[in-house]
Ligand binder design. Structure first.
Ligand SMILES: [Fe+2]
Length: 383
């Protein structure tokens, strides 16, 4: 079996690493950058801190703080217009996955004409953008090391991925201290997004031994440290481990992509406005139950990494026990259920109808029908 290993961009990891932003970005030759973030990160003071580091190093900074969840195409284009008018030579994304993905999209448009949605077509040739630096403030998406920007085509209300040239960071600064101020609910949702990345990567049709190693370790870390980080946000051991696990998750995704758990979450997001991490967490146990008979050894690995005694279980038993353990983890960290989110059961039919059209769906390791997806959603609804 031959498989691809896309090595990660250059990363500086560790508490305090973001304080080197100014000198590192200066070393990359930047003189004027656009710093892309959202209102929440601006209000938390984190974006201002990064801007201060940049200005102290003599870099001119334009601050854009209007990124939105599920990055809409028009926001990326608005921000890119400002960046072009200001003739920046670098793009710095500071925030959760949405801000980092917006920064990637803006960088694509710095080298190429509008609209951003035209680059959803992977075969479309394009030029590289400028220097791209990503500084995550959550531990979940792993976007700091992936080569894809998930954006929303607002004309058809559908999410899709722009990947490759322009979307790979020149440098990422992963500083767990920046995640300390996250509320427990965001810590939980982003942490379960990371868990979903690695569990789906392990069971992906394109799973490979390199990604499996990263994924297995990430599951062990998340199972142990996510509940700690949710309960005590200032615990730096937990925060550091979660930042590491999220980055490992991002590294697995490049070559062993997620599948229908993420497809379900994408549609729950675009149709019902359920946050990405929560959607992933709700879908994952049902999806693992669904694929257990197709990839039993992988489901066993997930169970083992979660600390379950799965050695003597039949495939059928494992298909029950491992999803149950994921449901317990969801509950432990406070992920709401579909009922708690006040989702109407009747709306699940229209969600199911779109799931298999999602970009991640082809990577599910077994034949899956829309009827089956609806069944999985109904199972999730019973929880
Ligand atoms: Fe995700």
């Amino acid at each position: 079996m031959a498989y691809r290993i896309s090595l990660t961009p250059l990363v500086f990891f560790g508490a305090g690493s973001s304080s080197q932003a100014g000198e590192k970005i200066k070393e990359l030759g930047c003189e004027k950058v656009i710093c892309i973030t959202d209102k929440g990160v601006k209000e938390s003071g984190v974006a201002d801190k990064i801007v201060k580091y940049l200005r102290e190093a003599g870099i001119k900074v334009i601050l854009y703080d209007r990124t939105l969840p599920d990055p809409p195409d028009y926001i990326i284009e608005e921000c890119a217009k400002i960046a072009k008018d200001e003739q920046v030579d670098g793009v710095v994304g500071v925030g959760g996955g949405s801000s980092l993905d917006t920064a990637k999209g803006v960088n694509v448009l710095l080298g190429n004409p509008l609209p951003i949605t035209s680059y959803l077509d992977r075969s479309k040739k394009r030029l590289p953008g400028k220097t791209l630096v990503l500084i995550p403030t959550t531990a979940g998406t792993g976007s700091e090391v992936t080569s894809v920007s998930v954006i929303t085509n607002t004309k058809i209300n559908k999410k899709g991925g722009v990947s490759g040239t322009g979307c790979i960071s020149t440098l990422s600064l992963v500083d767990p201290e920046l995640t300390v101020g996250l509320p427990a609910s965001v810590t939980a949702a982003t942490g379960m997004d990371a868990f979903s990345h690695v569990a789906e990567s392990l069971t992906s049709k394109l799973a490979n031994p390199f990604a499996d190693i990263l994924a297995e370790r990430a599951i062990m870390i998340i199972k142990r440290y996510l509940p700690v980080a949710v309960r005590d946000g200032s615990n730096m051991t937990a925060r550091t481990n979660m930042s590491l696990a999220a980055m490992l998750g991002g590294m697995t995704l490049k070559d062993a992509p997620t599948h229908i758990g993420h497809s379900i979450a994408h549609v729950l997001g675009s149709k019902l406005h359920i946050s990405h991490g929560v959607g992933c967490a709700i879908a994952l146990p049902e999806v693992i139950e669904h694929v257990a008979d197709a990839v039993p050894e992988k489901v066993k690995l997930i169970g083992k990494a979660m600390g379950l005694n799965v050695d003597n279980l039949s495939t059928r038993e494992m298909g029950r026990e491992v999803p149950e353990a994921i449901r317990r983890l969801n509950k432990d960290v406070g992920i709401p259920t579909l009922r708690e989110l006040k989702v109407e059961k009747a709306s699940l039919e229209s969600v199911a109808a779109e799931v298999l059209d999602d970009d991640c769906a082809p990577f599910v390791p077994k034949e899956t029908t829309t009827e089956k997806i609806l069944e999985l959603l109904h199972n999730a609804y019973k929880q």
